[in-house]
Design a binder for this molecule. Structure first.
Ligand SMILES: [Zn+2]
Length: 354
């Protein structure tokens, strides 16, 4: 029996070598971009991304600039205390203090939340000139802005309910400013990206490189193992929905943290298991979670995940973003990424995005 297992492992590992992330011919590699800050833009997401992540009704309004029928929106009469975010990307747009009853049939606000999160554009459709309002982060259509508001601002932001998501103040232990960014390395970034894109509370995931000593590295350079960079994902998440501990629980389930510089067939320093912390809170949380896993003997071997200070996150080339979503038919996606997604969905049912 043992012999069969060994033979099976040899056959399987030989097969997986051909499926390893670096074994694929990338071609057309562009230089990486440096990203700072956590509120990264989602303006360049392809249409296929929105078709996959939005409902039909949301797609029609947010991407095709449709309008919901007046007096039908679920948030029209909402008077609860909280904040309104873009239903496509989670960008904070309005607070409940600015909402008023305009009797126009759509949720109305007299000002946007501080910080310039909404962009405007002249709209000459339907034979009139209006000011269209869009989410400043993802470009999603929200509605229109009029200068006939009854309050001191004189403004009326007339917004489709479908474009908005309401977050009740009672469910926000971190208040409105709950966003956090974490950079994680757990083997091939295509795998980890696909899992976190599917997790509740995660607003964006970007694949990139960190931890090395070459600025703006390319995928080829990182795969050569000469740069000391690691394939990582930068996860922006809402702590009111998922905590850093929640993120790490998923991280430690979908990769093997006891494996040194190796995940499956992907082997090399660029595949080491690492948490890049941005501040002392993240460092302490990471160390506490790892200590608990070792104390519980959660794995047969000790956790080797490194906890390192983040220097720079370099965003990877565009063809490495949304990799699983755009390459589902490829063998690597079916054989390596899909099982990780299945594992996540089975172990964290309550954390899977609807
Ligand atoms: Zn948005």
């Amino acid at each position: 029996m043992k012999r069969i297992k060994i033979i099976l492992n040899i056959v399987l590992s030989t097969f997986l070598v051909t499926l390893s992330a670096c074994g694929q011919n990338q071609g057309n590699i562009k230089s990486a971009q440096t990203l700072t800050g956590s509120d990264s833009s989602m303006m360049d997401k392809p249409d296929s991304f929105w078709k996959r992540t939005l409902s039909k009704e949301q797609y029609y309004i947010l991407r095709e600039k449709g309008t919901e029928r007046p007096y039908t929106g679920k948030l029209l009469m909402n008077k609860d205390s909280g904040v309104y975010t873009c239903s496509a990307c989670g960008n904070l747009l309005f607070t409940s203090d600015s909402k008023f009853d305009s009797h126009c049939g759509w949720p109305s606000f007299d000002k946007e939340i501080a910080g310039g999160r909404i962009i405007t554009k002249e709209d000459n459709s339907l034979g009139m000139t209006r000011t269209e309002i869009m989410c400043g982060r993802c470009g999603g259509h929200l509605g229109h802005l009029f200068d006939d508001g009854p309050t001191e601002t004189g403004l009326r932001y007339c917004v489709n309910s479908v474009s908005l998501e309401f977050i009740d103040a009672k469910s926000m232990p971190y208040g409105a400013n709950a966003k956090d960014t974490l950079v994680l390395g757990g083997g091939c970034f295509w795998c980890i990206e696909a899992v976190f894109q599917n997790m509740k509370g995660v607003e964006s995931v970007e694949s990139g490189y960190s931890g090395g000593n070459v600025a703006n590295p390319t995928y080829e350079q990182v795969c050569s193992g000469q740069t000391n960079h690691v394939e990582v994902v930068q996860v922006v998440y809402d702590r009111n929905v998922s905590s850093m501990e929640d993120i790490l629980k998923v991280f430690f389930t979908v990769h093997d943290p006891t494996s040194v510089d190796k995940q499956g067939a992907d082997e090399g320093y660029q595949y080491r298991s690492v948490i890049f912390y941005r501040n002392e809170t993240q460092k302490k949380t990471a160390e506490t979670v790892i200590a608990a896993l070792n104390k519980e003997k959660a794995y047969d071997a000790p956790v080797v995940t490194q906890v390192e200070k983040l220097k720079t996150f370099y965003k990877a080339e565009n063809d490495h973003q949304d990799y699983y979503a755009n390459n589902k038919e490829k063998a690597y996606c079916r054989m390596v990424i899909q099982p990780k997604l299945d594992k996540f969905e089975k172990a964290f049912k309550h954390k899977v995005k609807e």
